[in-house]
Write a protein that binds this ligand. Structure first.
Ligand code: SAM
Ligand code: DTB
Ligand code: SF4
Length: 333
């Protein structure tokens, strides 16, 4: 009896917090969401999903590492940082034609968006020229374009926009408070400045984070609240489960509990109801049941293809079987 009463009170209080918090989300309001009884959280997330999207449709992106490894940054999760011994082979920026061949193959396999990632702190002008040619070529194939190249100035953002760039991926990664425990070579404010430059250039923003790096619920709430309270919420929000790579400082991290991961997806869906929430890295290690819960919680985008940037993704054949079992369909497919 007491339990029921306590829950009724806390749900009413929560509604009040949410009402006063929207559209800017406080960390407390997001923390209250993350702590909801699971059925209540899922109901809210599913309602937000259905109000904005067809819940059986999933947006499909393909990822290609166009410049791998040798990165001067010290992101504690990343196999591409030159200071960690991870066995990642560093390579130069790929030739434009080779990238276009990969994009053509991705289109044939059903991709709608082609995302190109480079292990840079920020792009040099000469490299940006080549990336602009890649964007123009990929766009001509009728694919949406996305790149992730590190920090950008306003001028660089404008050049990418002119080349036809649709999305720029730049993650906040975690809460402002936990950030310094993971990365020391650039600040949270640097990341927010890049997101503002991208937004001002008229490019769609793709920004999310990683969970499973030892952060607590308050940090997860801090990440989601910061994303949802940007002047305009990101159009695309990748939620990555840490892929723990040996040799990185976070290589020995315990995997995040699957239900806790689903809770983060649900909180992202509720706080950014009109955004695509991407169930991003970490799917290879996830059960079908956990992924199914993520799709129920409002995830509606994935990376499709056997490889992410340097690590394995869920295989194409496994994804086909999973989509079949769940009755999910590629968006527009
Ligand atoms: N170098 C650019 C940058 O960091 O801005 C772009 C590429 S970087 C690899 C893109 C994102 O991938 C990172 O911000 C991080 O969120 C994600 N990422 C990298 N390594 C990861 C890992 N081991 N597990 C999960 N996500 C990871
Ligand atoms: C994002 O949020 N996740 C992708 C993409 N944006 C660039 C990258 C995941 C990388 C996982 C580790 C790797 O394969 O190197
Ligand atoms: Fe470099 Fe990006 Fe990896 Fe950080 S996440 S080390 S910036 S490639």
């Amino acid at each position: 009896m007491t339990l029921v009463k306590e829950f009724e009170m806390s749900a009413a209080t929560l509604d009040l917090v949410i009402e006063t918090a929207a559209p800017r989300w406080s960390r407390d309001a997001v923390a209250a969401l993350l702590a909801l009884p699971f059925p209540e959280l899922m109901f809210r997330a599913m309602s937000a999903h259905r109000a904005n999207f067809d819940p059986k449709q999933v947006q499909i992106s393909t990822l290609l590492s166009i410049k791998t490894g040798g990165c001067p940054e010290d992101c504690g999760y990343c196999p591409q940082a030159s200071s960690y011994e991870t066995g990642t082979k560093a390579s130069k920026l790929m030739a434009v034609e080779a990238v276009l061949a990969e994009a053509r193959a991705a289109k044939e396999k059903g991709a709608q968006r082609f995302c190109m990632g480079a292990a840079w702190r920020s792009p040099k002008d000469h490299d940006l020229e080549n990336v602009c040619s890649m964007i123009e070529g990929v766009k001509q194939m009728g694919l949406e374009t996305c790149v992730t190249l590190g920090m950008l100035t306003g001028e660089q953002s404008a050049r990418l926009k002119d080349a036809g760039l649709d999305y720029y991926n730049h993650n906040l990664d975690t809460s402002p408070e936990y950030y310094g425990r993971v990365i020391t070579t650039r600040t949270y404010q640097d990341r927010l400045d890049t997101l503002a430059n991208v937004r001002d250039a008229g490019i769609n923003v793709c920004s999310g984070g990683i969970v499973g790096m030892g952060e607590d619920d308050a940090d997860r709430a801090g990440l989601i609240a910061t994303l949802a309270s940007l002047p305009v919420a990101p159009e695309s929000v990748p939620i990555n489960a840490l892929v723990a790579v040996e040799g990185t400082p976070l290589g020995k991290s315990e995997p995040i509990d699957a239900i806790d991961f689903v809770r983060v997806i649900a909180a992202a869906r509720i706080t950014m109801p009109g955004s695509y929430i991407r169930l991003s890295a970490g799917r290879e290690a996830m059960s079908d049941e956990a992924q199914a819960l993520c799709f129920l919680a409002g995830a509606n985008s994935i990376f499709h293809g056997d490889k992410l940037l340097t690590t394995k993704n869920a295989t194409v054949s496994h994804d086909e079987a999973l989509f079949g079992k769940l009755g999910l369909v590629p968006q527009g497919g």
